[in-house]
Design a protein around this ligand. Sequence first.
Ligand code: PLP
Length: 458
Amino acid sequence: TLTDRSASTTTPAAPPGSSTGSSTRSPGAERGSDDTASRIWHSWTPVRQRTRPAIVRGAGYHVWDDAGRRYLDATSSALNAVCGYGESRIEAAARTQAAQLHHFELSRFTHRPAAALAERLTGLLGGPLTRTVLVNSGSEAVEAAVRIAIDLWPLRGEPRSRVVTLERGYHGSTALCQSLSGLPHLANRYRDPIPVTRVPLPREGAALRTADGLERAFELIEQAVAEPHEDGPPAAVVLEPLLNVGGGIVLPPGLLARLRRLCDRTGALLILDEVFTGLGRTGAWFASQHEDVRPDLMVLSKGLNGGYAPIGAAVAAGHLAEDFAAEPVVGGLRYGHTTSGHAIACAAALATLDVIEEDGLVARSARHGADLLDALTAGATGPLVTDVRGRGLVVTVEMADADLAARLVQAATARRLLLRQQGRAVMAVPPLTIDETGVREIAESVAGALDDVRTGGR
Ligand code: PLP
C-alpha cells in the first residue's frame, strides 16, 4: 500500500526531524527513493518495482516520506503501530533497557523484562493462560503455538497431528504458517508439512454475519473436525477472530463461543491467532473477549509493542507446558531463536501496555472505530462498493473487484491517506491513538477517493 507510482524521483526535501538532511547519511541514501528500493529485495511486491517512497519519519498517526509528503497512516504500518509514532514513553523504556542490558538468551538464563512481560500477559488474559513463549514475529508465535499443539499429543500417548483452519485465514509467512492457509497467493509448494483441513467460509459480506451464516460456518468447521482421517482427530483448530489478509472478514457473532464448546467436546486445542486483533484493535483487549472465549493458546504480536521492536508471543494454558516435562530429548519445548524475547522488545512491550492502559486506547478504539464505521457506511456508497463492515478500528470497504480496490488505495494515497488493500477489501486500520479529527479526515478522503475512482478524476 506504500506504492505510489506518482512518487517524485527528484532530490527529496528533508522533512522536519528526518535524517535525510544529516551529513552522515550513506551514499545510497543520497540517491533517493529509487535507489533505496533497488538494493532491498522487497517482499510481496513485483521485483522490478523501483519507485516507492521511503518513509523517513512518523509522529502521532502521521508519517512523512522522503519528498516531505505527510500521510495519515490508516495502515498502522502493517497493523502494528497501535500507539502511533514517536511515542516518547515507549522510546524511553527501550532506550533505558538498551543501556542496561540489550539482551540475553532465554534458555539457560532469563531476564527481567521477559519475566515481567509474561507475568503481565497472564494478568491481562486471565484464566489458565499462564505460560508464555516469547519470539520475534507473528509467524514465529503461530509456529510455536501450532508446534506445541502437535508435539503435545504424542506425549499424551495420542498421536494427533492434523490441524483445522479457515481456508481464507492468514497465519504468517514461514513454510508451516503458509501451509495453514488456502489463500491462493501464498506459496503452495509448502502446502503440507503437517496435515491441514482448510474450511471454506460459506459466504462473505453481510450474509456471513447473519444467523444463517453462523449456522453454516459452524457446520462446516464441525464437519472438518469430525471427518474421519488417517491422522485421527485434529490436534487443534487455528483461526483469526477477524480475518486480516482474507479481506477484513468479520466472523459471525457467536461462532467463537460455539467453537470453544466444540473443542471442549472433541479435545482439539483452540488456538486463536490474535496477532493483529489482540491488544485493543477491535475495541476489546482481545477480540475473543467479545464472546468471553478463552483459547488454549493465544497468539499475539503486532500490537504487543506497537512495532517499536520485533516481538511475538504464544501464551499457553499452564497445564500444556506441564505435559512437556515428558518430552524425551530436552524435557521441554524444542523451539526458540537467539533473539527470542529480546530484552529491548520486552521493555518496549511493557511500556506499550502501560500506554494502552493509561491513555484508555481500548475504549478509544471501540468509540472511534464505531464512528469510523458509521461515517464510511454513510459515505462509501454506490455500485462500486459491495460491503462496509468493521469491528473496533478494523473498518473495511469491500469493492466490486480487486482492481477497483487497488484504484481506491491509489486515489487515497494521492490524497495523502494510506489504506491497506487485501484483494477486494480496502481496510482502514489507523493507530488506536486516532482522534475525531483523524476519523473525519479518513472518512472524507475515502469518500473523495471513491469519487476519483468513479470519475477517473484527480
Ligand atoms: N497472523 C495474523 C493474523 C497476521 O495478520 C499476521 C501478519 O499479518 C501474521 C500472523 C504474521 O505475522 P508476522 O508478519 O509478524 O510474521
